[in-house]
Ligand binder design. Sequence first.
Ligand code: AMW
Length: 163
Amino acid sequence: MSSASCYTFGQYVLKASQVFIRSRLSIAFVNRKPVVPGHVLVSPIRVVHRFRDMTIEEVSDLFLVSQLVSMEIQTHHLCPSFTLSMQDGKEAGQTVHHVHVHILPRKAGDFQNNDDIYTEIEKHNDSLHLDNPGDQWRSDEEMAEEASILRKLFDKKYTQNIE
Ligand code: AMW
């Protein structure tokens, strides 16, 4: 994985310790406030606000990395299914001004109704507007530990193919 000490994620700065894949045009990183265990994000490295603004190469890379992440996480978290989602624009619930794919591991019975996950994502977005949202964020150490476990899964097999 190429090194950088931090990355821009819209209006935020991500520590490199949160990132577990860096391809030529995308990064995959752990979420500071996951909706379900293993909820991670994939973004273009370039700061691109909207999906429509991405180049063909960026779209292709973003979805290849998303596919790769879901394949490995499936084995790692022993989860058979995923919800992949993208909120493209304020009215759709996008809060970070930088394209990102949410990858959410799913298991049988994890929500009373399958689509409740979308309500949870919505509530989760609302909570980003609380007075002290940082109270709900995971520590840098916890995120770094999760990323370091995930990085090992990808370093071994794939990094050379997606760099
Ligand atoms: W969106 O509402 O824009 O579809 O989702 C933003 C996502 O980014 C949320 O899941 C939120 O927890 C996550 N997030 C925001 N800032 C950071 C950060 N600095 N590090 C990791 N995840 C973040």
